[in-house]
Design a protein around this ligand. Sequence first.
Ligand code: F0G
Length: 353
Amino acid sequence: MRQGILEKYRPFLPVTEQTPALTLYEGETPLYHAARLSQELGVQLYLKFEGANPTGSFKDRGMVLAIAKAKEEGSQAVMCASTGNTSASAAAYAAKLGLDCYVVVPHQHIALGKLSQAVMYGAKVLAMEGNFDQALELVREITDEYPITLVNSINPYRIEGQKTAAFEVCDQLGQAPDILAIPVGNAGNITAYWKGFNEYAQARRIQHLPIMWGFEAEGSAAIVRGVPIEDPETIATAIRIGNPASWQTAVAAATESKGLIGSVTDEEILDAYRMIARMEGVFCEPASAASVAGVIKQHRQDCLPAGSTVVCVLTGNGLKDPTTALESLDVKLEVIPCSKEAILQHVVMERGL
Ligand code: F0G
């Protein structure tokens, strides 16, 4: 029987008798063994496919708790800044509990699928002429001044909910991986995973902690550069963030685990994005592919220990961003006449028959 994360991981979460039993059946996402990529990289590579969550991203794990607690605390409205996934998730869970939801997104820098989700779930969507960092600053001020609950990952309940993904990885593998690779945007998720692994170690559910590898997009790699970036850029709009709110805790996760925060170029992201789909049959969104791109880069630099168990978090579903999928095709769609010959002509040519 499927349970949501509030029920399944209740002892690890700040859930009380008064907390609404909210769920859209988030969590229990697949951990795929990536056999072909494993062979190529000389490791045991697994893909934690968070795109299988109800709104198609890992945000659902944190949002279910943040929205349930908002309701428990008597709030009637929630607000977030978002590059897209947070807004989709907030809108869905707010709808389920009958809360009003306001989302501020960077105009023209949000994937089509995410925008349509937020609109469809009934959120008030404001497309702001500015970037994510600016939007976040403003919604922080507004939620400080007005009785509206902020549901960005600065809300501690978001991190609490998201840490359940680390629990699940360990439950599915039977132990912690040697290396956990993850995309970094606002840096909430790497913070949440590290917290989750530590809590599982404390509860003696795992014997060792993983090394944490976080990857930013090069044009938005504030942590790697050591300074905030005013005009962050990347094709991976989900992580187009120049001043991560959880900067310090992301650095702590990397340092304490003897890991790293690195960066990958848009080209490396797109290469990995296509490889994951074509070699493993998993369609993730571009930002998600930063985890695999980072592991491939480490391998090229001889920094990926052979034989290790590596989990790459694929944070969101590829269907969220059909535009980038189609534009990144290296083969153009071919229009053919409606005839058997026309089809065969291509098959025969391609197969050399
Ligand atoms: N991957 C995806 C698909 C995301 O949507 C995000 C963040 C990240 C990775 C990075 O996670 O911020 O915890 O480091 N998306 C946020 C949003 C910012 O508004 O949807 P992070």
